[in-house]
Design a protein. Structure first.
Length: 172
């Protein structure tokens, strides 16, 4: 039986080494000091079609860690005034440098029905004297897929703020 114990030892050493290497890689990814911070840098109308509107949202992705992060995609939902407005997705592959940031473009798609309902709500809100100059809250939430040293994971995010209605008046 000493022959089988030698084979077992010869097999166990590489197996244990591989497991430790895998766990150290997972620790590197899941042991990030902080998740990336994501905020809205810009929103623009890109195209209006018969059944949908396409908007371009530029997201600022900040990496507060001492290792670069690889972005492998973003999936998000945009709400205006607590009402669903649009969904977006991007397969953008970029690297965010350690202690750095980058801007990631994400196309979001709004159905005409969602746009009409939101615009009607905004015009109604803008026409009220008490809320005429009051900004409209937005909420962007979603998931960003990041990678470190070849290991990937999904990180949920939320970004909120306000859009100004100044100059927006209901039709007469």
């Amino acid at each position: 039986m000493p022959y089988s114990q030698q084979h077992l030892k010869a097999f166990m050493f590489p197996l244990i080494a591989c497991v430790l290497l895998f766990l150290s890689g997972c620790a590197a990814l899941y042991g990030l000091k902080e998740d990336p911070k994501i905020s809205v840098a810009d929103i623009r109308i890109q195209d209006i079609r018969a059944m949908e509107g396409i908007f371009l949202i530029k997201l600022r992705v900040m990496n507060p860690n001492d290792v670069p992060l690889d972005l492998h995609g973003i999936n998000c939902t945009l709400e205006l005034n607590k009402r669903h407005f649009a969904n977006g997705i991007s397969d953008s592959s970029q690297t965010v440098p350690a202690f750095g940031s980058t801007v990631v473009p994400v196309e979001v798609y709004a159905s005409v029905l969602d746009m009409v309902a939101s615009v009607a709500d905004l015009l109604h809100t803008a026409g009220k004297p008490s809320t005429k100059d009051k900004p409209v809250p937005y909420l962007l939430k979603g998931v960003v897929r990041i990678g470190v040293h070849g290991f990937k994971r999904e990180v949920p995010f939320k970004s909120s703020g306000e859009l100004s209605l100044k100059g927006l008046t209901p039709p007469r």
